[in-house]
Design a protein around this ligand. Structure first.
Ligand SMILES: [Zn+2]
Length: 320
């Protein structure tokens, strides 16, 4: 009864379906009275809400234990399609700071994330307009594919934390500098691995266009079956074109993505006779604690650096 009243009222004052859904979430969240981020009442630290796993990892590396962090999206979650659950509404309402990707990545939530005003920060805002891929109407949001571009997002996090929590500003700045150095090292490593693949074989074919920045940074031509969002599926014509391309260019392997259904890529592989070279992490990292070994290296797939290493190693090993 209360809900239907709220829904009716809500429908009268907002026009978007998304806004209706989200407001409902907040209402449902208030009714469920659960705590979104743990021991909120007794914890004096800043409460920071993040969206994707990559952003959660970056903010954790910079903020450490000085803040309480809640990441809304877990491993394997597709941010383009993610719909907020009731607890997300409470978390966003209670958050002291919100970090999100922006550039329309968090499709369903963009309006609400922006709605936190001067408490919400889009990491994508750190990328200069001229360095963005995609179009003006729909910029390509997958900036984390390039470790150097991702390092450029660090000041957004550091400055926001330092301003709101000046007592810890120095430690945030110090950790921010360390993270940037770590990302630069990772970038150099990835550059060196990329060139192990002969130039004409450096073609990365995946489910959707999540790897344009990755490809530009590490020397791969990228072909995504679905475009830069997973919202629309590829049609027959796109599939036929891709099968032709694979045959004509004798592509050695194509790749599925962890946060996108593998069905379309599997059918392309079956039709073209190409093998599937492995699963790449496109829009979400792996499970924390899932350790992968490659050569004499070990890395955690639930971290940003582990994710990028996995993507480079999987691509290079299958194509070289
Ligand atoms: Zn994507």
């Amino acid at each position: 009864m209360i809900l239907s009243f709220l829904m009716a009222n809500n429908r009268a004052i907002v026009t978007g379906k998304i806004q209706l859904g989200f407001t409902l979430c907040i209402v449902l969240g208030m009714m469920s009275c659960s705590d979104p981020g743990g021991d909120s009442a007794s914890d004096p630290r800043l409460f920071v809400v993040t969206t994707t796993t990559m952003i959660t990892d970056l903010v954790k590396d910079i903020a450490g234990d000085e803040v309480r962090i809640k990441g809304l999206m877990g491993p394997g979650v597709d941010p383009h399609l993610y719909e907020p659950v009731p607890n997300d509404g409470i978390a966003l309402r209670e958050a002291d700071l919100v970090f999100y990707n922006g550039l329309l990545l968090e499709g369903q939530m963009t309006g609400f994330l922006e709605g936190k005003g001067d408490k919400s920060f889009a990491l994508g805002s750190s990328v200069a307009q001229g360095n963005l891929k995609g179009s003006n109407e729909h910029p390509d949001p997958h900036i984390w594919g390039d470790a150097r571009l991702w390092a450029g997002c660090v000041p957004v996090v550091v400055n926001a934390l330092a301003e709101l929590d000046p007592g810890h500003a120095e430690i945030y700045r110090k950790r921010g500098g360390e993270v940037r150095m770590k990302l630069e090292k990772l970038h150099q490593w990835a550059l060196q691995r990329g060139v192990e693949v002969p130039e004409q074989a450096r073609v990365l074919i995946t489910s959707h266009d999540a790897f344009e920045y990755f490809g530009q940074a590490y020397g791969f031509k990228v072909i995504g079956l679905q475009g830069i969002s997973t919202v629309t599926e590829a049609g027959i014509a796109e599939r036929v074109k891709l099968v032709d391309y694979i045959r004509q260019h004798s592509v050695k392997a194509i790749f599925v993505e962890s946060s996108v259904s593998p069905a379309a890529i599997e059918s392309i592989a079956a039709d073209s006779g190409v093998k599937i070279g492995g699963e790449l992490f496109s829009d979400a990292m792996g499970q924390p604690g899932d350790i992968e070994r490659s050569g004499d290296e070990e890395y955690d797939l639930g971290t940003y650096s582990g994710m990028l290493k996995h993507n480079i190693n999987t691509t290079v090993n299958a194509l070289k």
